[in-house]
Design a protein around this ligand. Structure first.
Ligand SMILES: [Zn+2]
Length: 419
């Protein structure tokens, strides 16, 4: 088999997307999470993968509770909000300061004006509010209002802290020192307008979610190779808190199963490990626990390919992310050979999704995807907005890349210790 004959089947992918849409929401700690786990375990067995098993891990579960966000004073406005998961519970009130995306330049701007954020409520526009924890904690904010970018006035669901996760009690860094909420884009405009009319504005926030220790499972299977060495292919099966989350990450799971099906025919030299990971959305917990539990094997892993948010029905750009320059180049070439030309090639360390913990122990790890999906992490992420042909096209590049890594020991420069 050569990588040009590795084609994923949109019809099969579509059937898995239908099944996952029927299971519905899969947020960690809910019955939907368990239903998805058991569905994948059944699918791994039905495919005939070797060593199919559940691997248990501990994490800190979040239980949703009420949250509120209001602009106080004469022009009192109450905003619809969702709790920013893994932020402190309780109440906070203070002067509101708009930080844009809280990027370096935004912080320089407020520093130049001598604004002290301690005890204040930061208002931030961000796709990745979890990346701001250390900077906002250092500055001693009392609370965070996260304005999401979801269309139609929908309030999305986000975690305030993501990666790296603590793997055992006392769950250092969870929850964050400040409490937080997410509000919609239209409400964000109202809020920013109130903050820029010249008068100081005070915001009151509250968040009454709960935290408890819990267990979840990774679903693991393998396609045995004839030589030593491993390649890992992974997709998370949990979802954010609302909706069937068909793009994130039904698209990755459907891709994982169909890639396993075609690679089973490939007689790989290296063993291909299939990992359906748990509790990614709230802390990359499953993949981090996998890397920790298999620390001694990590030296045998030649490469890791993550399948997360593969493609939707939207004409989003093609992107490849990897901290490893050689794998990035191989991924670009593999894409080009299939007519999949990347628009953005990101040679950076990631702080999101399942490739992060693998990359952080030195394994070449990557994600090929078409992000910029507007309904990401919201109840609007539904089956009708995911096109299985687009998923097949993008995941087909990941499948060819995994095949290459498993078939050709010279595909990447030799690393010390890799068989
Ligand atoms: Zn995801």
């Amino acid at each position: 088999m050569n990588e040009h004959s590795l084609r994923l089947d949109p019809t099969r992918l579509g059937r898995t997307l239908d099944d996952l849409a029927e299971i519905g929401n899969r947020y960690a700690g809910t019955p939907g999470e368990l239903a998805a786990r058991d569905y994948l375990l059944g699918a791994f067995n039905a495919l005939g993968l070797a060593e199919v098993r559940l691997e248990r891990f501990q994490y800190l579960a979040y239980e949703r509770g009420p949250a509120a966000c209001a602009l106080s004073g004469p022009a009192r406005v109450e905003f619809e909000c969702h709790p920013l998961q893994y932020t402190a519970t309780g109440e906070a009130a203070g002067e509101a300061v708009y930080l844009g995306e809280a990027a370096e330049g935004d912080l320089e701007r407020i520093d130049a004006r001598g604004v002290d954020l301690a005890g204040k409520i930061a208002v931030v526009h961000s796709m990745f509010p979890f990346d701001l924890v250390s900077i906002l904690e250092q500055r001693g904010i009392a609370g965070l209002v996260h304005i999401c970018e979801t269309p139609d006035g929908i309030v999305g669901n986000f975690t305030g802290a993501l990666y790296p996760p603590p793997l055992e009690a006392p769950w250092d860094g969870r929850p964050t020192a400040y409490c937080g909420v997410t509000i919609s884009q239209p409400d964000g405009r109202v809020l920013i307008s109130a903050l820029t009319d010249g008068a100081p504005a005070e915001i009151r926030l509250s968040h009454h979610g709960g935290y408890r220790e819990a267990t979840a499972h990774n679903v693991v299977g393998a396609i045995p190779g004839r030589d030593p060495g491993q390649v890992i292919l992974s997709a998370h099966y949990d979802s954010q808190a609302e909706g069937p989350c068909v793009y994130d990450n039904g698209s990755g799971l459907a891709s994982l199963l169909d890639t396993a099906r075609v690679l089973l025919e490939s007689a790989p030299r290296r063993t291909i490990v299939l990992l359906a990971s748990g509790a990614e959305e709230i802390g990359v917990w499953g993949a981090s626990a996998y890397v920790h539990a298999h620390a001694r094997e990590m030296g045998e892993v030649a490469g890791m390919v993550n399948l997360d948010g593969i493609a939707s029905a939207y004409p989003a750009h093609r992107e490849i992310w990897s901290a490893d320059a050689a794998l990035l180049e191989l991924a670009v070439q593999t894409g080009r050979a299939q007519g999949w030309e990347p628009y953005r090639v990101m040679n950076v360390r990631s702080t999101f999704s399942d490739h992060a913990p693998f990359a952080d122990v030195g394994i070449p790890a990557c994600l090929l995807w078409r992000p910029d999906y507007p309904y990401y992490h919201s109840r609007g992420d539904v089956r009708a907005l995911v096109d299985e042909r687009a998923v097949a096209e993008t995941a087909g590049v990941s499948a060819a890349l995994a095949h290459r890594l498993a078939a050709d020991p010279t595909a990447l420069p030799q690393r010390v210790g890799i068989p």
